[in-house]
Design a protein around this ligand. Sequence first.
Ligand code: H2B
Length: 165
Amino acid sequence: MAFKFGRAPRIARQLIKPCYTPTQTRKMSSLKDLKISQGHDGQAVTEAATALVESGKWQVCKQGKGLERTFKFKTFKATWDFMNAVADECKKQRHHPEWTNIYNKTHVRWTTHNPEGLSSLDTTMASFCDAAGEKFGVLLTEPAEANVKSGEPLKAGDCCIKKSL
Ligand SMILES: C[C@H](O)[C@H](O)[C@H]1CNC2=NC(N)=NC(=O)C2=N1
C-alpha cells in the first residue's frame, strides 16, 4: 500500500499489521548446534539426530536442544490415532513431546527438559513417530508446509476450506 504523503496513518498501519507478530526472532538451528542432554551418549545421539535430519523429515530446533517435524494426515481421526499411539509409547518411555494439533496436522517437538538438551529418548521417540506416521498414513508435505518455525503456532488447516458443493 503506497501513501502519497509518506507514512501510512496509524489506523492504516494497524489494519495492515500481520495477525501473528512474533515476539522475538528465532535463529534456525542446525546439526552443528546440537546440545546433548547430560548423561547421554553424545556420539550416539548425534549420529541418530544426523540420520533423522538427513532423512529430510526432522529439523533441529530450540538452539540445538530439540528436533521437530510436522505430520499431516488425511483426517482428524487418523491424526488423533497417531497421537494416541505416540502417547502410549510416551508412557512406556516416560518421555513426553511438546506438540500441537489442528485438524489433520500435528507438530511434534522432542526435547529433554531435565537435564536440558537432546537425549537418546528424543531420537528414539522421533524414530517411533516416523514409524507411527507411516502406520497411520502420513501424507507427503511440501517443505514450506512442514517447516513450522519453532514457537510459531500451527495455521488453521484444511478444515476451514469449504469442500466442493
Ligand atoms: C519423572 C519423569 O520420568 C520425568 O519428569 C520425565 C518425564 N518426561 C519427560 N519428558 C521430557 N520431554 N523431558 C523430560 O525431562 C522428562 N522427564
